[in-house]
Write a protein that binds this ligand. Structure first.
Ligand SMILES: Cc1cc2nc3c(=O)[nH]c(=O)nc-3n(C[C@H](O)[C@H](O)[C@H](O)COP(=O)(O)OP(=O)(O)OC[C@H]3O[C@@H](n4cnc5c(N)ncnc54)[C@H](O)[C@@H]3O)c2cc1C
Length: 416
């Protein structure tokens, strides 16, 4: 069977790996170079303990509080476009307690083998940087930690096997000497990991190429057309034929699906990151700074600060200096010596669009009324975490034409 995967982000590349391992003939088509999408600019967290929907009871209040704050962690901005109003309405409905709880369970099941799947990538020779010291959630007060610990406590009765350890500020500093004096309460989850996002993309790209997958970079797909039991994928220079197609375009997914009559409720939620080099002792853990809701990830040669969730955003490229300065400023109380003090310490800044769905669940499955066409998009804040499980579920669907039980909540029917 020939499969074309359109989109070379973390979802598309993982899907290509899973399918090729099952012996399928796979081609990946990416409009840019591998390693330049949202999948490259994120914090790289693999966090089963944070895999809960954003649409949760109380979120709208938080979003609206920050609506006009240009530095708010979650900004939900008023706009009059119909698609956006419909999305927001669905988001408000998804935040109801029963829907939220269903979403938590769905993500928990999807994540059941996430860590094993990352280990499998590693064991199969995909060369990428992964850290397993766990996540430290840091707060200026015990109250500040409450939101995180509540999330964790909800997961346990549902069968989550992660553990949490509560620490005072001093205990956190003993555990990780990069933690600053402003921290008075902390929690350590040992189940969570983080990867260097670009290394994961480059590692997958190299591995799948060795396995015989053809990867077309700098090739924007313009249309996908069903033709005599196959699909034809049109690019500016060529037409590629495939038995089955996976559309994995993140926030851009509707550009190819909408002309086929399938318009998914996916909007781009913009986030930013900045990489710092050579400034003090790096933390050993990934850090979740509770009050500003920022992520900090230490890598072998840099420290990445990532945050902001601006809804909606169509513009992927603008990076306001003010935003980046604020990200860095907000880390200071939490880090003992790591914050940069001169402009020379500022290294690459990035922005990316998270593909956000109203219920925070991705779409993973066949597109109704289009035999052989699948979508894998809408992973929001969890694309790295969920990528291997998404890929395995998809590979099973494409090869067996069955929908595995854990993948049922992610189908399109009833959600578009
Ligand atoms: C600041 C920030 C921090 C984040 N932190 C985390 C984290 O710590 N952990 C986590 O799990 N998730 C995190 N995320 C979310 C995660 O990055 C996304 O969920 C994930 O990258 C989505 O992957 P994707 O492959 O679906 O989409 P993308 O990464 O957007 O990939 C889609 C690809 O499709 C290509 N494409 C688009 N149109 C076409 C076309 N017409 N033809 C061919 N190719 C096309 C694009 O160039 C792109 O490479 C974060 C996101 C941001 C912005």
């Amino acid at each position: 069977m020939t499969v074309a995967v359109i989109g070379g982000g973390v979802i598309g590349l993982n899907a290509a790996w899973s399918l090729r391992r099952r012996g399928e003939d796979v081609t990946v088509i990416e409009r840019g170079a591998i390693g330049h999408s949202a999948s490259a600019v994120n914090a790289g967290w693999i966090t089963p303990s944070l895999s809960t929907p954003l649409a949760s009871p109380g979120i709208l209040r938080l979003g609206l509080e920050h609506a006009f704050d240009p530095n708010g962690a979650v900004s939900i901005r008023p706009r009059l476009e119909t698609d956006w109003i419909r999305w927001l309405w669905k988001f408000a409905r998804a935040a109801r307690p029963a829907t939220y709880e269903k979403g938590v369970r769905a993500l928990l099941h999807l994540n059941a083998h996430t860590l094993d799947l990352f280990d499998e990538l590693h064991d199969d020779g995909v060369d990428f940087e992964m850290h397993s010291a766990g996540l430290l959630a840091l707060a200026k007060s015990t109250d500040g930690l409450q939101w995180f610990t509540q999330l964790f406590d909800q997961l346990i009765p549902m069968g989550f096997t992660g553990t949490i350890e509560y620490l005072s500020g001093n205990e956190a500093r003993q555990r990780d000497n990069a933690i600053g004096g402003g921290v008075h309460a902390a929690a350590h989850t040992s189940i969570d990991r983080h990867v260097h996002p670009e290394s994961l993309l480059y590692g997958l790209h190299k591995k799948i190429t060795e396995m015989g997958v053809t990867v077309h970079e700098h090739t924007a797909v313009e249309a996908i057309i069903p033709t005599s039991r196959k699909w034809t994928i049109h690019t500016p220079d060529t037409a590629i034929r495939a038995d089955q197609v996976i559309v994995a375009l993140g926030a851009a997914t509707n550009t190819l699906l909408a002309p086929l009559g399938a318009r998914l409720p996916i909007v781009g939620a913009k986030g930013y990151s900045v990489d710092l080099h050579n400034s003090g002792t790096p933390p050993r853990h990934s850090l979740y700074l509770m009050e500003p809701k920022l992520g900090v990830s230490p890598y072998h040669d840099s420290l990445r600060i990532a945050g902001a969730f601006e809804l909606p955003s169509a513009d992927e490229t603008t990076i306001p200096t003010r935003r980046i300065r604020t990200l860095i400023e907000q880390t200071r109380p939490y880090l003992s010596e790591r914050a940069p003090h001169t402009a020379a310490d500022l290294h690459p800044t990035h922005a990316g669009l998270r593909p956000a769905t109203p219920d925070s669940l991705p779409f993973i499955g066949p597109v109704p009324d289009h035999t052989g066409l699948y979508v894998a998009a809408g992973h929001g804040m969890l694309g790295v975490t969920l990528a291997p499980a998404t890929a395995e579920g998809l590979a099973e669907m494409l090869t067996t034409h069955r929908i595995p039980e854990p993948m049922l909540p992610f189908q399109l029917a009833g959600r578009i």
